[in-house]
Design a protein around this ligand. Structure first.
Ligand code: IPM
Ligand code: MG
Length: 365
């Protein structure tokens, strides 16, 4: 298979973890005789320094020629948040990128690793065998709704509108039910229909879509309860369908279940096979340049890209298995390391990439 992959390496730890993701990509490429052409794309901090723009038009034009995009985290250190280089990177790069390619479906899968149960703040019997797929709407809702700044009586008022159309809800709901059909056949819609009109519409439209999927269970939960249930009993969830804003919050919450946010990739998809694949964590300026960041989230992004954009399910499974084997063998990056662990198996970013590449090469295929 020949594919063109656009790479937005991101800021701070971005380039370090992306390098390991590409290392794994190339191992699979050789082994399975694929041809992956890598197209570096300039964005975020470095693009701002060079062009005064976080997402230059040339980057978007080149990205359009790619089959899929791998993206590292964008963003700067908290103490520089007022610097124009960082103050608007989300609004000027991340959101427009999602919108430009109409990537309205964001998938965040939460599974636990047996060898990392002890890292979770939640007890082992609760997180054992969790497999939650968060399906987050990604190109509408409060993130993209009308933003207003008014002054009345000498006081400023800012507002962000949460608005959804029926067709926006229908499209993402269909995706959720399609994924559920191939999984444990349950969709839980999470909203706040006791208070928000937009949530009432979500319930109505999701019920309508559910009618076309008689073998998929259709469940509803208010978001406050869902936040609690994710910790009390995450195994009750299969597909968790929700809006942009609620999905942002609940996915960070759910990410603590496996033990480190450094393990979790995400896929952003539209109506074609084109997708954007990125870790759910930030650029971690405090640990950048030290070769200590965990590259697993970025490596698992490659697996998601294989699954969702290229239809290479077997290759994706090999990568996922190599990660599991490496963790099972006791290898740890600093975020996963605890006292009592074997210090010989504490690995840097690139060494973790090497260990996973080795596990991949040693697999019987
Ligand atoms: C995420 C991030 C982004 C979001 C930010 C960086 C704009 O938190 O992907 O979850 O809120 O969508
Ligand atoms: Mg987030």
């Amino acid at each position: 298979m020949r594919k063109v992959i656009g790479v937005l390496e991101g800021d701070y730890i971005g380039p370090e973890i992306m390098k390991e993701a590409l290392k794994i990509l190339h191992v699979v490429e050789k082994r399975h005789h694929h041809q992956f052409e890598i197209v570096p794309l300039e964005a975020s901090g470095k693009a701002f320094d060079r062009y005064g723009h976080h997402l230059p038009p040339a980057t978007l034009a080149k990205a359009e020629t790619c089959d899929a995009l791998l993206k590292g985290p964008f963003g700067g250190p908290p103490e520089q948040m007022n610097d124009p280089k960082w103050s608007s990177v989300e609004r000027e790069a991340i959101l427009p990128l999602r919108e430009h390619f109409r990537l309205y479906t964001n998938l965040r899968g939460i599974r636990s690793f047996e060898s990392l149960f002890h890292l979770s703040p939640v007890k082992e019997h609760i997180i054992r065998d969790i497999d939650v797929l968060i399906v987050r709407e990604l190109t509408s809702g409060m993130y993209y709704g009308e933003k207003k700044e008014t002054v009345s009586g000498g006081e400023r008022q800012f507002s962000d509108v949460e608005a959804y159309t029926e067709s926006e809800i229908r499209k993402i709901a269909v995706k959720a039910f399609e994924y559920a059909k191939k999984r444990k056949k349950k969709v839980t819609l999470v909203a706040k229909s006791n208070v928000l009109k937009s949530s009432v519409l979500w319930r109505e439209v999701v019920n309508e879509v559910a009618g076309f999927y008689p073998d998929v269970e259709n469940d509803y939960m208010h978001v406050d309860n869902a936040a609690m249930q994710l910790i009390l009993n995450p195994r009750q969830f299969d597909v968790l369908l929700t809006s942009n804003m609620f999905g942002d919050i609940l996915s960070d919450e759910a990410s603590v279940l496996p033990g480190s946010i450094g393990l979790i990739p995400s896929a952003s998809l539209g109506d074609s096979s084109f997708g954007l694949f990125e870790p759910i964590h930030g650029s971690a300026p405090n640990i950048a340049g030290k070769n200590i960041a965990n590259p697993i989230s970025a490596i698992l992004c490659v697996a998601l890209m294989f699954t969702y954009s290229f239809g290479l399910a077997a290759e994706a499974a090999h990568i996922e298995k190599a990660v599991t084997t490496t963790l099972h063998a006791g290898y740890r990056t600093a975020d996963l390391f605890r006292s009592g662990d074997d210090p010989q198996k504490l690995l840097g970013t690139s060494q973790m990439g090497d260990a996973i590449a080795r596990a991949l090469a040693e697999q019987q295929q």
